[in-house]
Design a protein around this ligand. Structure first.
Ligand SMILES: [Zn+2]
Length: 325
């Protein structure tokens, strides 16, 4: 089935045609006499071209087959979720931002994923079953389900209001508790003097208690870590982890809060990773790639797919299914 996708019957003539054209051009060129002196004539060139074309095609099939076998997981990355029907969440009260996604589309996407029986992975699931060096076997109940991860960055108050409500609505309709990964900057929790108001620690607690929120770190102050001195990088990781752990407190019985981090702006280098390792088991970038499940994967550079308001729900559904377009 994999090989059928490459349609070798249509590819071979086209390669042969191209080879013939190259041979004709060589035969007419100034290279022809020296090639003949070396014992290379039209027939031997043709044989070499066909062999080369065959090898290229063979290699393409092998690479394509391996690629098709690699498990790909879409980790979608949202920022603010807004409702354009609310005057407070649309211009002029609030300037639109490219990464805004509407509540209506977000709810449609979640409803689709739930109805398709998607497994909503937490950062800990991603680490345990796909990210760490010797991953745990996937539990039987999840084995055959499609997988996706929904992450939401920066901790905006409006995003919390809409996301929490959407998760509650789904729970009432289907009985399913979906998991959403929040990468939060705790230094901004409860702040209203920022460009957009931020969620509070109580908001995080409510989402965590309801079983919807997977609370992870986005570092303390949302700085580009690659521009900071080592000691400042260390503080960004430590302070954020400590504040998030304190916020959730005893509710976090399995100690899964702030075990993972998403670097602000996706900016990371070797020094940043050195400090990330002290406080976190894995780190997320923003490189517009699927997470490829490979044994040699760098778990401090896990891929995510940034989402913006121009992306249709259908496009995100295709991403969730592992399709790049
Ligand atoms: Zn951010």
């Amino acid at each position: 089935m994999l090989f059928a996708a490459f349609k070798p019957r249509t590819k071979i003539p086209s390669l042969a045609d191209r080879g013939s054209r190259l041979i004709s051009r060589l035969g007419r060129s100034r290279l022809a006499p020296p090639l003949r002196r070396l014992g290379i004539n039209r027939a031997s060139l043709k044989r070499a071209t066909i062999l080369g074309g065959g090898l290229t095609l063979g290699l393409a099939i092998v690479v394509g087959s391996i690629e098709a076998q690699i498990d790909r997981i879409a980790i979608l990355g949202f920022h603010d979720i807004i409702d354009p029907n609310l005057p407070s969440e649309r211009a002029p009260a609030r300037a639109p931002v490219e990464s805004d996604y509407t509540r209506q589309d977000f709810e449609r996407l979640l409803a689709y994923l739930v109805d398709q029986n998607y497994w909503f992975l937490t950062a800990e699931d991603l680490y345990d079953y796909f990210g760490k060096p010797n991953p745990d076997p996937i539990p039987e109940e999840f084995k055959r389900r499609p997988r996706v991860a929904i992450s939401i960055d920066d901790g905006y108050a409006s995003a919390h209001a809409h996301v929490f409500k959407a998760a509650e609505t789904i729970q009432k309709r289907t009985g399913k508790t979906i998991k959403l990964i929040w990468f939060v900057n705790p230094a901004f929790l409860g702040r209203t003097d920022t460009e957009q108001p931020r969620m509070t620690c109580e908001d995080l607690q409510a989402g965590f208690k309801a079983g919807f929120y997977d609370v992870q770190s986005h570092t303390a102050n949302h700085q580009d870590l690659t521009t900071l001195e080592p000691e400042a990088i260390n503080i960004e990781f430590k302070q954020a982890r400590d504040q998030l752990v304190t916020c959730i407190g005893d509710r976090d019985r399995n100690h899964q809060v702030a075990r993972h981090v998403a670097y602000p702006f996706g900016a990371v280098d070797a020094t940043v990773i050195k400090y990330a390792r002290r406080y976190h088991l894995s780190g997320y970038v923003y490189d517009s790639r699927f997470l490829r499940v490979l044994p040699w994967r760098d778990r401090y550079r896990l891929s995510r797919l940034p989402v913006n308001g121009s992306m249709s729900v259908e496009k995100l559904e295709r991403w969730a299914a592992g399709s790049s377009w």
